[in-house]
Structures are given as structure tokens and as C-alpha cells.
Design a binder for this molecule. Structure first.
Ligand SMILES: Nc1nc2c(ncn2[C@@H]2O[C@H](COP(=O)(O)OP(=O)(O)OP(=O)(O)O)[C@@H](O)[C@H]2O)c(=O)[nH]1
Ligand SMILES: [Mg+2]
Length: 205
């Protein structure tokens, strides 16, 4: 797959797809969308001290000062005319009631994982498995965290062997693109081999 236009907004995309970026609290979803978006990303950050004082477990992300309370939104266009609209979900469980709304019409998802807190992404994996939305697991390699191979992470998560597990650094644009390309390839593969699940009724209709 080719990379994006030098002026990505100039041409109309031939195909536009909605992609979700999900995962546990503080795993790097907002960072990922911001690293790759060709437009200024929409963010809904609130100060952690106001929103979750005494509630949020900051273990592993002690330097984090804000959290997503609704969603992130960004856009990425590849040179072959494929445009991705990226929707980042809020990570904290008390905001998960919004996930169905945000997920509506998505063709695939990135489940971001932090290998120091792998269990935090189980909720996201369950969510996409139940809705039969194709997903890749992307392990965000935080500085200082022990490195595991993709195979080790796949074993630990016990996900279906056809679910790609990719190591990434969500701060790096090229690294995020590799994750997104793996997801698009999976979504294309799934669409030719599987009967697509019927689109669920919109949660507010
Ligand atoms: N060292 C390091 N820090 C990272 C990395 N990825 C993200 N961070 C930092 O970790 C924190 C988490 O980033 P966010 O992008 O806000 O995480 P999030 O998943 O959107 O968080 P919520 O929306 O609150 O669930 C931020 O302080 C980032 O700067 C990484 O790969 N390495
Ligand atoms: Mg966020």
C-alpha cells in the first residue's frame, strides 16, 4: 500500500473507512490518533485531577495529566485514495457506555495494549469479538517496559490466531501507519472470507 498524498486534502478519496482506536486507560489512543492525523485532531481531554481524583489508577502512566472523556477524531489519506477516519474511544470504564455509539459503522479496530497492563485491553477485545468487528492488537512499546514478541503477546491474550499482533510506538507516524495497514489488510481478508455481520440497529434509533 502506498503512503499518503503530499497534499492529502486535495483529492476526493475513493474509499473512506471508519476505524476505531480502543484499549484501556492511558495506553496511548489519543497519542496514536494525533501522531498520524493529517488534520488537527479533535480531542476531548479533561484534566485528570478534576475528572477522576481518587478513582483513576495511574499505575504505569503516572505522568499523565489528562484523559479522553468522549472521543478523539483524526483523518489519514493514503496515496491510493483510501481515507481513514480514526475514532479514539475513551479508555476509562466509566465512559464505556459511549463505545457502541462511537463504533457504529466501523470496519475495524485497533486494540492498543500496554504489555505492563495487558489485562486492561480484555474489555476492548471482548467488545469487538462480540460485534464481529475485525481488530488488530497493537502493543505500544512504552520506554522502559520489558519487550515481548508478538507471539508472546498473542499467547498471553489468547486471541484467535488470525488476529494480528503488531508491536508499535504510537508516537511515531510510520509505526502507526504499519498498524493501520495491518488492520486494513485484515478487514479486506475478512470481507472476502466471512459473511458480514448485519449492521446492528443504531443505539439511538
Ligand atoms: N514513554 C512513552 N510514553 C507514551 C507512549 N505512548 C503514550 N505515551 C504517554 O503516555 C500517556 C498516555 O497517552 P494518551 O494518548 O493520553 O492515552 P489514552 O489511551 O488516550 O488515555 P485515555 O484517553 O485517558 O484512556 C501520555 O502521557 C503519553 O505522552 C510511549 O510509547 N512511550
Ligand atoms: Mg485518550
Amino acid at each position: 500500500m502506498a503512503y499518503e498524498n503530499s497534499d492529502p486534502g486535495a483529492d476526493d478519496p475513493r474509499v473512506a473507512l471508519k476505524i476505531l482506536v480502543a484499549g484501556g486507560f492511558g495506553v496511548g489512543k489519543t497519542t496514536l490518533v494525533g501522531a498520524v492525523s493529517e488534520i488537527r485532531p479533535l480531542r476531548t481531554e479533561e484534566d485528570l485531577t478534576d475528572v477522576g481524583a481518587g478513582v483513576d489508577d495511574l499505575t504505569g502512566v503516572e505522568r499523565k495529566t489528562t484523559t479522553t472523556v468522549a472521543m478523539d477524531f483524526g483523518r489519514l489519506t493514503f496515496a491510493d485514495g483510501l481515507r481513514l477516519y480514526l475514532f479514539g474511544t475513551p479508555g476509562q470504564e466509566r465512559f464505556w457506555f459511549m463505545w457502541d455509539e462511537i463504533a457504529y459503522g466501523a470496519v475495524g479496530a485497533v486494540v492498543l495494549a500496554d504489555t505492563r497492563r495487558l489485562e486492561d485491553c480484555f474489555g476492548a477485545i471482548d467488545f469487538f469479538e462480540h460485534r464481529r468487528i475485525p481488530f488488530v492488537v497493537a502493543a505500544n512499546c512504552f520506554d522502559g517496559a520489558r519487550r515481548y514478541s508478538a507471539e508472546e503477546i498473542q499467547d498471553a491474550l489468547e486471541v484467535d490466531p488470525h488476529v494480528p499482533v503488531v508491536l508499535c510506538d504510537v508516537r511515531r507516524r510510520d509505526s502507526v501507519k504499519e498498524v493501520l495497514i495491518a488492520l486494513i489488510e485484515l478487514a479486506i481478508e475478512d470481507s472476502v472470507t466471512a459473511t458480514p455481520a448485519p449492521l446492528p440497529a443504531h443505539p439511538h434509533r
